[in-house]
Write a protein of this length. Sequence first.
Length: 198
Amino acid sequence: MLILATKNRGKIRELKALLEELDVEVGSLLDYPEMPEVLEDGSSFFENALKKARAVSEYTGDPVVADDSGLVVECLGGRPGIHSARYAGPRASDEDNYRKLLEEMRGVPDSERAAAFRCSLVLYHPDGTYRSFEGMLEGFVAQEPRGTKGFGYDPVFIVPEYGKTVAELPSEVKNRISHRARAFQELKKTLKKEARIH
């Protein structure tokens, strides 16, 4: 069993789709409702992913995949960054977060709205060994949200090659080009080599 260290249903759906070609049984934190919340207080995406993966693996006794990812906006000095999921507050919705971002960027011209989705992914084994993988998708922040697919900041992140927000792209395209997909491609190569997760 491989555990995905998240309760986010949108992310679980996306990650399971990315892993479906592998012969691996996949669970998530939805299967462990009693597990205490892991405080993500690291100073980088990698530190948060590693802390989460270690805690969940120690709790479940299974190999764990944890990611920490977020939106890094140049004109905001890298914000929201590691605070992406809680940008508008601890109980903020996805819409609350991207509305706050758009408000902060009001008046910023298109030429200065460069941003990147970044993902740090950790595969952690119960024996304490781990591997990490990185993925990135570059683009820019839209002036207004567009599209209904995806989650998080997808409605306000434009992918230049497509001229669309991530929330306007078909899921098969997103699952090929996203920051998370790119990190997962590297993870899958490792999982194919490792028999330890069966």
